[in-house]
Design a binder for this molecule. Sequence first.
Ligand code: AHR
Length: 502
Amino acid sequence: MRARVTTHARFAIAEIDKRVYGSFLEHLGRAVYTGIYEPGHPTADKNGMRRDVIDLVRDLDTPVCRYPGGNFVSAYNWEDGIGPQSERPTRLDLAWHTSESNQVGIHEFAEWAKSANTEMMLAVNLGSRGLDSARNFVEYVNHPGGSYWSDLRKKNGRNDPWDVRLWCLGNEMDGPWQVGHKSAAEYGHLANETAKAMRAFDDKLELIVCGSSHSEMPSFPQWEATVLEQSYEQVDYISLHMYFENYEKNTAEYLALSEKLDRYIGTVGGVIDYVKAKKRAKNDVKISFDEWNVWYHERKQDTERMKEWGWPHAPALLEDIYNFEDVLQVGCILNTFIRRSDLVHIACIAQLVNVIAPIMTAPGGAAWKQTIYYPFQFASRHGRGTALRLDVDCATYNADVASNVSYLDIAGVHDADAGTLTFFAINRHGEEPIEISMALEGFGTAKSVEHTLIKHDDLDAKNTEDNPDNVKPEAVSGARLDGNSLSVTVPAYSYSMIRIQL
Ligand code: AHR
């Protein structure tokens, strides 16, 4: 199969906000305990944080990390996680039916975030709590001193404020499963009032209001319209979530789901425009896609287990083991965010460690990269700059979720400062390679090209503690530059990163 791709230096979509390569850590399963935090571990630092995990997170290069939830945040008292660790209460976590020891709280997370080279993005509880605890939390985290909460932070060992810019106004408040679930009108009102109070403290905060938990929610997209009609002028982003599944083991359908993601983003973009026009608003609201990933491998079993297990502390939960097929899916998702970088400014892979995550750990043992670590790392490291519009001429197929799905999913990024062009390409065809001819116009002379490939003959191939390198990238030859034309062949069912030095 052949594909022709044309791009031009002037075909700019938008500057990619690096925070689109964000991540997420929730007090859920082993994400925190035996994930990032394990005081007895051989690599633990003075704060009890696993250095082996910090190294993998630093290599992943995720510029922002959302915390502490997720569903967990909707019944969380942030004050339980401050002060001497030995005096912190154990609480029942109603979201995941577990016990929360509160050994990790905002101080420990902040130290970890610094070590992991990632910015904090915090969520406030608008489920069981509301405006008052939110404003206190912001004061504790961001006020220099001379007030009750900021002085308490100092007493607890942190003199300087952390100056956290990004704040989520609750989590998935449209979901009946959420502790303190609300109607769109109730939530819109509460989010608006909470945002006003937080802005009274600091009007430069970046605030994220909850959109839909996924596009199949019965309330979608009326939820977005109602919530934004109440809060538009007070917020900077609306959050969306989406998880991808392949229960039917149908790869063609599975890999077409990014078309649904694209429609979801487009629809919410339309709602944003509608509300902005209706309110004659001056400000812009963008999308924070602050939970996305593949999530289905362990999902049903875990939901069953949770009903029976009492209140364990940090049980193994949502530990999806990803395969090679998921590399292709994650590549298509990230390409969609690049192509939608005019609207999507923040996105968080959910989650970061052990819980539906690119990084896995064994308690007391090793930490290793899941298969999906690589497409995320490549996009995060090399997908920075200007997103390019590409004209793609390739054969297509019809899926239930969308028609005319191109066998070639490709996104391009121009980093003018570094003088590079980077393309991320997924071949969605199971048997045929795609010979790509690409015309690169207006970029100056292309000097050299590198092709990095992720390919495995078994779509179900996984990386495990015993076999951590089963699926991994390799440098391949064969990509050719002829003037400003590029020829490269991408094998059937494969992920490629093609980098051109200008
Ligand atoms: O990431 C797992 C869960 O998925 C989060 O807690 C919740 O926000 C979503 O439903």
